[in-house]
Write a protein that binds this ligand. Sequence first.
Ligand code: HEC
Length: 118
Amino acid sequence: MKNLAQIFWLILVLNFAAASGAQQMSIKLPPDNAAAQVKDGSGDDTVRRNCTICHSTDYIVTQPHLDAMHWQAEVQKMINVYGARINESDAKVIADYLAKNYGPQERKKEEKVGGGKR
Ligand code: HEC
């Protein structure tokens, strides 16, 4: 009987030690790669907040430069096809930002600066 009580206490003490040893872990992810960072500009926060949940901004910066209509369709595709939960006003801010910073006008500028090489 005495032995049983000792075993019982031993199990209790071991359990307590295991429980107090379990600490909360935090994981720090590396930052997005530098080439994939979206440009600063009005609406960039809205883009980062809504468009990096499922994938990095690689998908945005590596796209061919689209016009406003196509960027708007791209944002709608994320919502309708992939289920992105983006409200209407954010969707508009995002489409405007993308058309402005990754639109056909920007491509012309980059071609001039880079001498047409990409
Ligand atoms: C709910 C998840 C989700 C969110 C949020 C999301 N995307 Fe996507 N996105 C996807 C998936 C899935 C793909 C397709 C991946 C593949 O084909 O490998 C994709 C692909 C893309 C592509 C590549 C072209 C294409 O049409 O496949 C672009 C550009 C893109 N996303 C832009 C955006 C932008 C801009 C936002 C913010 C408005 C956004 N995504 C938010 C899921 C999401």
